[in-house]
Design a protein around this ligand. Structure first.
Ligand code: OAK
Length: 832
């Protein structure tokens, strides 16, 4: 069942020609037809929303045509396919993306203009599809774009959450969470597939049976049955040839009543404790990189993993019947972090209990099917489930996990005879007070490949997280550096820069991002510098308008636009940025002539609703912003903006306008980062630590074109093991002390002097676990260097151009190529 022997990669499959021939008048006709026949309205009555729906429906006609052809081609070729299992897909908006990928954006724009509709304005009608928290979910979205673009047979599997990530409002400076309702008025991109519903089991008990030969057979008598309804979202590849599918499962109660359990007693009472079926896909858990340990969350994970596996097996059996020997040749399943790791014992259960394969044969299939990506080293994000909880919800899976572990422990004992310390460390079961199942260990044992998401992160996965696994399974642990799709993150979001680039070097960069390097030759060319910076200036003007619209704050588009956009986390250190802003504010108050280029600090960030300190940091940014923006002594030079409800569609407006990209995590904590890539691609200069993909960005752009500061991973470890004491820095840096103390006065929160004291507390008595104080001074220096560099217009323009030019490595097409060649072993499949 080896999957490494069969396939070889044919390289990047996508052709460059347009496959959809549709002119402006055809498009107009299609929109009007849909306005009449799908929406039941007409040109005179239609409001913006109706136009958006009709236009989406017109696009959807084209999309479905290609979807059908793609599915037929994949079926006829019976090709090996990757199945990307992810609890999150952060898709954002789809209409403009689909237009761009069909190369119909300009056609549509002209067609709608003739109908009296401004396309760009109309696109704002579409709610973001925000079925993810942050990096991990958006990565999944970029990956399925690249898979379709490169014409690889692939399917994304996830959860059809009724409510995506909460909408953030800011009231009196504080974050308020409001429910997200992305489907309230219908979603034109999804199609329900009732013909493919699945049923999965939960709760109940396991019966041990013996057949005539005394062979043991396990039978799971479930306590309840849940129906999974699949919704398909078409994923349009660039060039419009392949349209793959993202299949999301919605839970529904099933009519099924389990008499076994009823007869075993107490069904009605037991049922009351159980999670209700409809609840399962109700809402996305809003915790980014922290595990809540909730029963409903585990059920969500099992629900979509089990539905997806059944779906895969149904499709496999249609061709191969009961012959399991080719399963791992046809199917590879990528686990996006450990969230779908319960799929491993689920496949074992199907193979052993249902298909009645021997354990060894089943295990061989299983471990040739799964591969696992790790997205963080933060201990609070490493999933562990109480043995008791798994035993209640999935009693048969718990037995299987114990069996996997039993055999695995024998392997460990063979390698390190009698070494109980290593056994305790590697065991899938953590023998703590409350016994736990370690999903990371289960994933490593049950997969044929494990990868981190940037060079340094993968090195740390090997050396810190799983060092013994790396010895036990040499070669299993590897790296695939993340990437982003240049279709959404340059072509669509920054049309002026895209046009300028294409005019200069041709349009090949869209499918071959390395081509951007051709811009390097013009980095010192004054005319090109002026053109490049003129585009940046226009984008800044547009963002300034947006800022005014959203917050009422007026910013000077001539100022440096300095942007930090990402989830709010202590390790990402938005508070380091804030302390530096306070230092600038103080310098300006002490010396009105303090020499700095005007600068606007712009933030976007959501905090997990239960993460108190993260919410305090948001509050701190907002109250400091309010004070500074209204202080006429400084606000010619300094402004601070917190844009509420950061999300994909807001990122698309912010990124093209950025001069500076803040990537300032504590070294060793940010696995990769992907916002860093998006911002640099759009000509922003990074100020950042040697962490995650920043290191690889620095390698690409060169040290003259990035502002690197702060402790390295090794220095962080040395500093901590030497007994780090933040007070040493506090007392030896007068400016640092003053800014921290300022936060604990009532200067920013009049009448409420201690509103921000938890922030000061975490940085001092709390021990400053993310070394904010240790990096403060070097961060200030890097900011000075940045400020000086910006004043040299030509120098800055050259840096900006080179940042765009050197981002070729960070296309998700390259990441996918890495996965395909080194892990998935797929052939591309041209759809005619
Ligand atoms: C979310 C939940 C659990 C574990 C990890 C995450 C997550 O989003 N991690 C992020 O993944 C991104 C994509 O690989 C990386 O770029 C980020 O650095 C990482 O924090």
């Amino acid at each position: 069942t080896s999957n490494t022997s069969k396939a070889k990669t044919k390289g990047q499959g996508a052709a460059t020609s347009v496959s959809i021939q549709l002119d402006k008048d055809d498009f107009k006709q299609a929109v009007i037809r849909n306005l009449h026949r799908t929406l039941g309205t007409d040109e005179n009555k239609a409001n913006k929303h109706a136009w958006w729906k009709a236009t989406s429906a017109a696009m959807q006609e084209l999309v479905f045509e290609r979807l059908r052809t793609t599915q037929k081609t994949h079926y006829l070729n019976d090709t090996r396919a990757v199945h990307y299992f992810s609890a999150e897909f952060l898709m954002g908006r789809l209409l403009s993306n689909n237009m761009h990928n069909f190369e119909l954006f300009d056609t549509a724009k002209r067609a709608l203009k003739e109908l009296g509709v401004d396309l760009v304005d109309m696109l704002e009608e579409e709610p973001d599809m925000a079925l993810g928290n942050g990096g991990l979910g958006r990565l999944a979205a970029c990956f399925i774009d690249s898979l379709a673009t490169m014409e690889f047979p692939a399917i994304g599997y996830g959860i059809h959450y009724e409510h995506g990530l909460f909408r953030q409002e800011i009231r009196n400076g504080a974050q308020i969470e409001r429910p997200d309702s992305w489907r309230d008025y219908g979603n034109p991109w999804e199609i329900c597939r009732p013909e493919s519903i699945q049923q999965i089991s939960l709760y109940g008990y396991v019966e041990t049976k013996y057949d005539e030969d005394g062979k043991i057979h396990k039978e799971w008598h479930p306590g309840s049955i849940v129906t999974g309804v699949p919704w398909d979202i078409p994923i349009v590849g660039y060039g419009g040839k392949t349209v793959n599918v993202l299949r999301l499962w919605q839970s529904q109660s099933s009519e099924y009543f389990n008499w076994d359990v009823f007869n075993a007693g107490g069904y009605v009472d037991a049922q009351r404790e159980n999670v209700e079926s409809e609840t399962i896909s109700k809402v996305l858990y809003p915790n980014d990189e922290t595990e809540a340990g909730k029963e409903l969350r585990l059920i969500q994970q099992y629900f979509f993993s089990a539905c997806s596996l059944k779906d895969i097996i149904r499709r496999y059996k249609r061709v191969h019947g009961d012959d399991w020997s080719r399963f791992a040749e046809q199917v590879v399943i990528q686990l996006n972090d450990t969230h779908p790791a319960i799929a491993i014992p689920e496949l074992m259960r199907i193979l052993v209990d249902r298909a009645e394969l021997s354990w060894n044969v089943a295990w061989e299939i299983c471990t040739q099917t799964f591969a696992y990506t790790n997205h963080t080293l933060l201990p609070e994000a490493l999933e562990k489930w109480p043995v008791r909880m798994i035993g209640k919800i999935l009693p048969r899976h718990l037995e299987i996990i114990y069996e996997i572990n039993h055999r695995f422990m024998a392997e460990v004992d063979a390698k390190w005879p009698g070494n109980n310390e290593i056994k305790a460390k590697l065991s899938i079961i953590e023998e703590s007070n409350e016994k736990m199942v370690r999903m990371g260990n289960l994933s490593v044992v049950g997969s044929f490949a494990v990868n981190g998401v940037a060079e340094i992160h993968s090195a740390l996965v090997k050396s810190q997280l799983f060092p013994e696994f790396n010895e036990l399974y040499p070669g299993k642990l590897t790296n695939v550096t993340n990437g982003i799709t240049p279709r959404r993150w340059l072509k669509a979001c920054n049309p002026s820069l895209s046009a300028l680039i294409t005019k200069k070097i041709g349009g090949d960069w869209i499918l071959n991002l390395d081509k951007l390097d051709d811009l390097s030759a013009f980095a010192s060319n004054k005319t090109f510098q002026n053109q490049f910076m003129k585009v940046k200036q226009q984008n800044k003007l547009a963002l300034a308008e947006e800022i005014k619209k959203l917050t009422g704050i007026i910013v000077d588009p001539k100022a440096i636009f300095d942007i930090q956009i990402k989830r709010l986390h202590e390790y990402k250190r938005q508070h380091l940025n804030l302390l530096h802003i306070l230092a600038l504010y103080r310098r300006l108050l002490q010396d009105p002539d303090y020499d700095m280029h005007p600068r606007v600090f712009i933030f976007g960030a959501k905090a997990a609703p239960g993460y108190a300190l993260a919410k305090t940091i948001i509050y701190a940014i907002n109250v400091v912003a309010d004070k500074i923006n209204n202080d006429s002594r400084v606000n010619e030079k300094l402004k601070v903006v917190f844009l509420p409800n950061y999300r994909v569609s807001l990122a698309e407006k912010m990124i093209p306008a950025a001069d500076v990209s803040q990537q300032i995590s504590t070294a060793g904590k940010e696995a990769s980062g992907t916002g860093n890539m998006k911002l640099a691609l759009n000509g922003a200069i990074t100020i950042g630590t040697l962490d995650g993909a920043n290191i690889e960005i620095a390698e690409e752009v060169g040290e003259d074109n990035i502002f690197i500061f702060g402790l390295t991973v090794d220095e962080v470890n040395e500093t901590l093991s030497a007994g780090y004491n933040p007070y040493d820095y506090y007392y030896s840096n007068e400016e640092l002390k003053a800014t921290i103390d300022w936060l604990d006065s009532d200067y920013f929160t009049p009448g409420n002097p201690h509103a921000l004291s938890s922030l000061k507390h975490s940085l001092l008595e709390g021990g400053d676990p993310y070394l904010v104080l240790a990096d403060f001074e070097d961060y200030c220096k890097a900011n000075l260097a940045l400020d000086l560099a910006y004043r040299d217009k030509s120098k800055w323009a050259k840096m900006a151009i080179l940042n765009t030019a050197k981002m070729g490595k960070f296309t998700s097409d390259r990441s996918i190529k890495d996965y395909v060649e080194r892990i998935w072993k797929l052939d591309s499949c041209q759809v005619k």
